[in-house]
Design a protein around this ligand. Structure first.
Ligand SMILES: [Mn+2]
Length: 478
């Protein structure tokens, strides 16, 4: 029996699909604004394939959520339909003012929380409008997929991309997937479009094992990541022939290898998130995929493309363009290298972390790229490098006057009422900055000279727990 909230979500998907379909049949020109992360890119890919099938001209922009002035400019462009993907809910007042009131049609396909108004030119699909939680029940890729499969059943073949988006937004939990994601995964498996097995969740399962281990940043394997020699001797000790790949390894040998890795990790291995990040379900797409069929690896490629300012390269893969594959894989390597630098900085500078009642925080060096800070924190937590008993806050200098702040919390903490999005929004506002986000991930920009005040306020806000107002989705990439 499908829960009422999910049925309501699918009913709303029907309505949004009807609104969208009217534009597919006419002569509409479509403008898509999507987020520049794995979920936003995967979602845009699914949407683009649908528009392409109907010969609808469209233009895509990959960006963090638009500012009001940018939305005002959109209003001057001659498009018939504006589609906001993986954003838009938090920008609804500007959308109302600059697009809807001008008579433009707007479709919002998002999973960030917000109250959306009724307007005859507006249609939307958002899990929060159905009593679902956009941080865990469905991502933007799942939202877009749920719409296009109602436009035409032939798009069902794209269902695997919904899981890519969900994993990209870290919606795969110890217990598996929830809500809409769970129903999509089950269907994808039943249809044979996705297959699963249990094993090491590392990327590069098609490489010789030592190389695969040496490139791992998720999890970061202390003493093995970027230590090819150490990886080779580990493989030798286990008497695995050097050219063997993880894909070729039988189940028992893979378990032995897992145990050997864990034995190497010392205290880190006691961290549950480390073990869960290392070992578990691997998803493989069987169709409609260019590049690595392993969904975790696809996510890594899309993330890398997004973070390094090449979302169009990742997007090309999601729409099936093979020519971009070498550049995509090269981008992944560059990204891994930068992230490795950040993670080894965290591992070497644990004493720089300060602990308050409610959180751990650190002012990082310029070695940690501002745009990679949030993800680096998440990886450091998953890898057991930094403690996860309370939210972790990273801060890095953007320029002489501004600090970028990123915050991460585990789903466990969120279940206990921690909401870093709300807390950071409140604290940033107090010091004249700006911020927001989800319960487990958030970001802010604050004036550098008010950092002390910000820390105190953030600690206080986290202690207060749930605040009354819903936090607007951040306008800053979390
Ligand atoms: Mn998303």
């Amino acid at each position: 029996m499908i829960p009422a909230e999910i049925r309501k979500f699918y009913r709303m998907a029907e309505e949004a699909a009807a609104f969208f379909k009217a534009h597919l049949m006419g002569r509409s020109r479509v403008r898509i604004i999507t987020h520049v992360d794995a979920d936003g890119i995967a979602a845009a890919g699914v949407l683009a394939r649908c528009l392409h099938a109907y010969d609808v001209p469209f233009h895509i922009r990959f960006t963090s959520p638009l500012k009001p002035a940018e939305i005002m400019e959109l209003g001057n462009e001659g498009y018939d339909l504006f589609i906001f993907v993986d954003q838009g809910s938090g920008q609804i007042s500007a959308i109302e003012k600059f697009l809807l009131e001008k008579g433009c049609d707007v479709l919002i396909l998002d999973h960030h929380p917000s109250e959306l108004p009724k307007h005859r030119n507006l249609s939307y699909l958002n899990p929060h409008a159905c009593g679902l939680n956009g941080a865990k029940d469905v991502s933007a890729a799942g939202v877009v997929y749920s719409l296009v499969e109602r436009v035409d059943a032939s798009f069902t073949r794209l269902i695997g991309h919904a899981i890519t988006g969900a994993i990209g937004d870290r919606q795969e939990f110890y217990s598996g997937f929830a809500g809409v994601n769970e129903t999509l995964l089950k269907r994808a498996i039943d249809l044979g479009l996705l297959c699963t097995r249990t094993g090491l969740k590392l990327i590069g399962r098609w490489l010789p094992i030592a190389e695969c281990l040496a490139m791992s940043i998720r999890p970061y394997l202390h003493g093995l990541s970027y230590e090819l020699g150490a990886c080779r001797s580990l493989i030798e000790e286990l008497k695995i022939p050097p050219e063997t790949t993880l894909e070729e390894l039988d189940e028992t040998s893979e378990e032995k290898l897992r145990d050997a890795i864990i034995a190497r990790m010392g205290a880190t291995a006691a961290c549950e998130s480390f073990r869960r990040t290392l070992w578990g379900t691997i998803y493989r797409m069987t169709r409609e995929v260019v590049g690595p069929p392993n969904v975790h690896e696809q996510v890594a490629v899309l993330d890398a493309c997004g973070k390094l300012g090449k979302p169009q390269v990742g997007f090309a893969l999601t729409v099936g363009d093979r020519t971009m594959l070498p550049e995509a894989m090269e981008t992944l390597r560059t990204y891994q290298e930068k992230m490795r630098e950040a993670l080894s900085w965290f591992a070497a500078n644990l004493t720089s972390f300060k602990t308050t009642q409610q959180m751990h925080y650190v002012l990082t060096s310029e070695k940690v790229d501002e745009s990679l800070l949030g993800e680096a924190l998440a990886l450091a937590m998953e890898s057991g490098i930094v403690p996860t008993d309370r939210p972790v806050i990273g801060m890095v200098e953007v320029d002489a006057t501004e600090l970028k702040v990123s915050a991460r919390a585990t789903p466990d903490l969120a279940m206990r009422g921690v909401n870093v999005g709300q807390a950071i929004a409140k604290a940033a506002k107090t010091v004249g900055g700006e911020g927001g986000g989800h319960d487990v991930s958030a970001a802010a920009r604050i004036p550098r000279d008010r950092v002390k005040e910000f820390i105190t306020k953030l600690d206080q806000s986290l202690a207060e727990g749930d605040v009354d107002e819903p936090s607007a989705a951040s306008t800053i990439g979390v």
